[in-house]
Design a protein around this ligand. Structure first.
Ligand code: HEC
Length: 445
């Protein structure tokens, strides 16, 4: 038996090892194709010295090799099948060497010189092999980003799961789970069920990403952490991990090239809405209390911006009447200072009012649960629109094409090419109405 094993083992192992080698080569090619890794020659790989993301084949030929247009010029599909077929009266690229000549020397079909829009790449031999290995897989069912399996998509979230934020984090995670359970009950998305893994934001985003190293997630959804204290944008970019429907509160919305798309209105926009609302205040003092950098706050005549930790009682005693405006994060402070009757109050919310109102039969759910649910429903819709053939930025790309979507009655989200946050600030003129305490405890912190 032992002897047999000794004789058999090498025969079994050799093909296994070779398969692992092939897979590593394909993954190297995939990283080069998508601009996730640099060429050995760095920017010297192209005559124009293009940076990694500009030189990425995917930028022109498409993330799934579907082809497209670049600067008005048609860019051919790069799927292996397409390369190996005659096209528009031109012969096929006959073999590996012919495909490599197109990439490295710009010699196209039948020896035609390719347009200068196609960069001539100076490749190391192993880079050429890696690209060829990946081109065979590009756009096929086997071409999948990390975290996407044949029958499952692994998604992650990073929220506080202990300490003072635990109730918030657990409510968000419960909302996310409920949203994905709805999708899974309908059979998942394009034949894949959605699995959600939650990590504790208190350990930091870097630690969360490290915990997923062996079993990667495809994207993050609905995460909440303090971006000012734990800036994660660069980490997400480095990991090629998109974060959609985030509940992260930030100064200004993410830009199109970033890897995040938020739900909540950014702080700068909340302050602007506040200033605008207080502009129309009648007689008396005008006070605004908002989170974020007051140095960037809009200047309005007679309007004073108060630091979030100022003594509001004192400020409110100084004038008999006036207007005080504040954002959700500061609502508890203002309410405990109990503005006297002569003061008008204005609250600016980073979300639509529907988030604060329970839907029928949903009395136990907190606003954070509803935000988690909204994040899951939006993500499910994006996955559905993106189709079965996914790539790392597929969900973000779908936002470019999705100007508006109703997640539930009264809960619309707006995105677009230049808009990476779902909601604009909502201005609520208040009597002395209390703010739901579950929101006020953490909103905007
Ligand atoms: C800046 C845009 C751009 C980038 C980046 C780019 N290409 Fe191209 N590529 C083109 C254009 C445009 C053509 C068509 C040129 C023509 O028809 O004359 C083309 C043609 C080709 C062709 C010939 C296809 C055919 O069917 O004849 C191959 C093969 C090719 N590219 C491979 C690649 C690979 C591999 C990469 C990355 C290593 C890459 N390209 C990066 C723009 C680009």
């Amino acid at each position: 038996m032992k002897l047999l094993a000794r004789l058999l083992l090498p025969c079994l192992l050799t093909p296994l090892l070779a398969a692992a080698d092939d897979e590593a080569l394909v993954q190297r090619g995939r990283a080069l194709y998508h601009g996730h890794a640099a060429y050995a020659r760095g920017v010297g790989a192209t005559p124009l010295r293009l940076p990694v993301e500009m030189a990425a084949c995917a930028r022109c030929h498409g993330a799934t090799g579907e082809g497209g247009r670049e600067g008005g010029q048609p860019v051919p599909a790069l799927r292996w099948q397409a390369l190996r077929q005659a096209r528009a009266g031109q012969p096929a690229l006959a073999d590996d060497a012919a495909v490599l000549r197109a990439i490295a020397q710009g010699h196209g079909r039948g020896g035609a010189v390719l347009d200068a829009a196609m960069p001539r790449f100076t490749l190391q031999p192993d880079e050429g092999r890696a690209l060829l290995a990946y081109l065979r897989r590009l756009g096929t069912a086997l071409d999948r980003p990390p975290g996407v399996l044949d029958d499952r998509i692994r998604l992650g979230t990073v929220v506080p799961l202990g300490g003072p934020g635990a109730a918030t984090g657990e409510a968000i995670a419960a909302g996310l789970r409920a949203g994905f359970a709805e999708a899974n009950a309908r059979g998942g998305v394009h034949g894949r069920r959605i699995d959600l893994q939650a990590q504790d934001a208190r350990a930091g985003v870097r630690a969360a990403l490290a915990a997923w190293r062996d079993e990667p997630v495809y994207a993050l959804v609905g995460g909440l952490w303090n971006e000012a204290a734990d800036p994660a944008d660069a980490l997400l970019a480095e990991a090629h991990l998109s974060h959609v429907a985030t509940l992260v509160v930030r100064e200004s919305a993410p830009r199109r090239a970033d890897w995040s798309a938020d739900l909540l209105a950014p702080l700068a926009q909340q302050r602007e809405a506040l200033a605008e609302a207080l502009r129309d205040c009648g007689a008396g003092a005008r006070l605004a209390v908002a989170h974020g950098d007051p140095a960037g706050a809009p200047v309005v005549r007679d309007l004073r911006w108060l630091a979030p930790q100022s003594d509001l009682r004192d400020e409110l005693r100084r004038a008999p009447t006036g207007c005080i405006g504040y954002t959700l994060a500061r609502a508890p402070a203002v309410q405990s200072a109990a503005p006297p009757a002569g003061w008008a109050q204005t609250l600016v919310l980073p979300m639509p009012a529907a988030v604060l109102q329970p839907a029928a039969g949903e009395s136990a759910a907190t606003p954070w649960y509803r935000l988690g649910l909204a994040a899951a429903r939006l993500t499910t819709e994006l996955l559905s629109r993106a189709g079965r053939q996914l790539h790392e930025r597929a969900l973000l790309d779908e936002l470019d094409r999705m100007p508006e979507l109703a997640l539930s009655p009264g809960l619309l989200v707006h995105y677009g090419r230049q808009r990476r946050h779902a909601w604009s600030p909502l201005v609520v003129p208040l009597g002395a109405a209390p703010i739901p305490s579950a929101m006020a405890s953490r909103g905007g912190s």
